[in-house]
Design a binder for this molecule. Sequence first.
Ligand SMILES: [Zn+2]
Length: 195
Amino acid sequence: MVGKHMIPKAALFLAILGVIGFWVWGGVINTPAVPSPTVEETTVFRHETVYACGHRDVEQGQAPLELQGLTISEILDLYPDSDGWSVFLNLPEEMAVSQKTSKLCAEHASYRHLGVYDGRVAVFEGPLGGGGRLLQVKDIPVDRLPEFYRLKLIQATAFAEQSCELQDELRRELEFPDEEALHAALENLDEIQQD
Ligand SMILES: [Zn+2]
């Protein structure tokens, strides 16, 4: 009689052990701890700077030492949206970071162009359509310039909306690679003012 009772108890005990065992070990097997991907020595790293004039500098190579070992969230902390960064991550194979800056590219930083400010001829930083800062307002009222020149200055204020042909023409007239060329153009404007 005792033996008959022992068997079901032992079976029940084993069954409970089995359930606990499955719960403990099965659970671990079902959700294996996958390490989150990090930047590795072999990660291809691409760094891009997007300038106000629209030009880009791109460098590509091996991930810098200081980034190696970092996780996705650590990378995102290093390159915040608030500083103009965009981040593309496909770790551990590749990562790309791109930053928008209000600066002009090396070639265009010395450029100047003419426009209109408060009814007068004004000098702006960078090439036409590049979003450069206002640098100087000249004592040359636009109304006193010959019609063809006045029209070009007005067209230049909506540069992006003009046809490619007209944009090229405006560049030839109103855009200068450096201060010297700008100065010559301003002297010429002074002379063609009408009373
Ligand atoms: Zn540029």
